[in-house]
Design a protein around this ligand. Structure first.
Ligand code: ASP
Length: 436
């Protein structure tokens, strides 16, 4: 059994958290590879080291960068002192500071949080340190070189175990550091898992797994014990955030399960994410509910629209030329709707409406702004016609007016659009109907 365990920023934020991580590893000798984030916020300190590194870099023109660098250094020094580590942190920090003063790249500078924290962790738990710059490879265009990365990880980690690798960054061919987008250590963990053929990718964080709904809206929502990658993608797209979006693909391809776990409650089994779930619990229709506010819906009405060739393309051209991403296109017989974010169309809304009318030769255009989309996701939604009845009865009881309905082709999600002001009540009504 081979496990890759990625520990996020809150799991490695100070000496106390590093001790918890050490205990987790001590109790599980199948964890062979660890991916570490930079220290995140602690109970006492609200700052993430990566945020401070970005701030320090962008403050280079004024003197406060020295104060910020001091604050960063103190965080690391405290860990070294408390855990009695022998790493020569002074020289590491001095070199990074000299690089900063000599005009190093931002990506290099902000990656130092992961680099230093991984060195500290490796010494503390007695693992080897392998630098991500040697195994995560980027092309000159800034995109990950997937094949080369896979090859390098396999080559360098072959016959090696008990290794800590910094997350979040890799390097171009010429050795310059390149970071992923924020939260990118999840991607590093996923890439390592695939290349070493792990049996499971554990992603350790500060929550006990994915919740069925946002706890700011639903009090004590139930945890999702097991779900599919597709369900995760749908929920994440509509706002549920635990894993970086791009972290799913490498492990999914290799059919490696992801297990989200809580460093502060290691006895819990967290959420397990798999390609397929064999359902004993067939009556659990909904796996999770997520949603986002602030959409605009353009409803294009045209009699007998379904038989007009190219009408949807003509409408999409209006958005395409403005580089506006379209979220959904629910269609009917005499109308179809195009759903986009409020922000993207606010300035040009009248022009867009006129262009849609003329491009599509439409009978009329209706526009609804400030719409919230709520996605109910579940692998068992498919083939359940009664779900519509139950959903709409529940919303009717709460006097919630449904503006649009869309079902993704994947048939594992049902999206409804309501006024922004009804967002929270809609989620509560769906949760009460299907979960409680
Ligand atoms: N430290 C980086 C961030 O805060 C990357 C990560 O933690 O995944 O975005």
């Amino acid at each position: 059994m081979i496990k890759v365990a990625k520990f996020g920023g809150t799991s490695l934020s100070d000496d106390k958290q590093l001790i918890k991580v050490r205990d987790i590893i001590k109790n599980d000798d199948t964890i062979k590879y660890i991916v570490a984030s930079a220290p995140g916020a602690t109970n006492e300190i609200n700052n993430k080291i990566t945020d401070l590194l970005y701030l320090c870099y962008s403050s280079k023109k004024n003197n406060i960068y020295k104060e910020i660098f001091y604050e960063i250094s103190e965080r690391f020094k405290k860990i070294v002192e408390k855990l009695d580590l022998s790493i020569d942190l002074e020289s590491e920090l001095k070199n990074i500071f000299i690089d900063l003063e000599n005009g190093c790249d931002e990506d290099y500078f902000v990656s130092r949080g992961e680099y230093l924290n991984s060195k500290l962790l490796a010494e503390f738990i007695g693992f080897d340190f392998v630098d991500a710059k040697d195994i995560i490879c980027f092309n000159d265009d800034g995109f990950l070189n997937v094949e080369k990365t896979n090859e390098e990880i396999s080559k360098i980690l072959k016959d090696r175990e008990n290794v800590v690798i910094p997350g979040f960054y890799g390097a171009y061919k010429d050795g310059r550091i390149k970071t992923f987008s924020r939260g990118g250590s999840d991607i590093t963990g996923s890439l390592i898992s695939r290349a070493v053929n792990a049996d499971i990718y554990e992603n350790w964080t500060d929550v006990s797994g994915l919740l069925m709904a946002d706890p700011r809206i639903i009090k004590n929502p139930k945890k999702i014990d097991v779900m599919t990658y597709r369900e995760l993608r749908e929920l994440a797209y509509m706002g549920a955030t635990v894993l970086h979006d791009e972290a799913v693909f490498p492990v999914r391809e290799a059919k490696i399960p992801i297990n989200i776990r809580n460093t502060n409650q290691p006895e819990g089994c967290g959420t397990l994410i798999l390609e397929n779930v064999q359902d004993e619990e067939k009556n659990r229709i909904i796996t999770g509910i997520s949603g986002k506010k602030n959409y605009t819906v353009f409803c294009i009405n045209k009699s007998n629209m379904a038989s007009q060739v190219g009408i949807i393309k003509n409408a999409l051209d209006v958005f395409c030329k403005r580089k506006i991403a379209v979220e959904h296109i629910p269609t009917g017989v005499d109308s179809f709707s195009i759903i986009v974010s409020n922000n993207a169309v606010q300035k040009d809304i009248d022009k867009i409406s006129k262009e849609l009318k003329s491009n599509c030769n439409a009978d009329s255009i209706n526009i609804y702004s400030d719409i919230a989309l709520i996605s109910s996701v579940g692998r068992n939604i498919r083939n359940k016609s009664s779900i519509f009845k139950r959903l709409f009865s529940a919303l009717e009881r709460e006097n919630i007016d449904v503006k649009i309905i869309a079902q993704g082709l994947s048939e594992i999600n049902l999206i409804i659009g309501v006024d922004n002001k009804n967002f929270e009540d809609t989620i509560k009504a769906i949760y009460d109907e299907f979960v409680e």
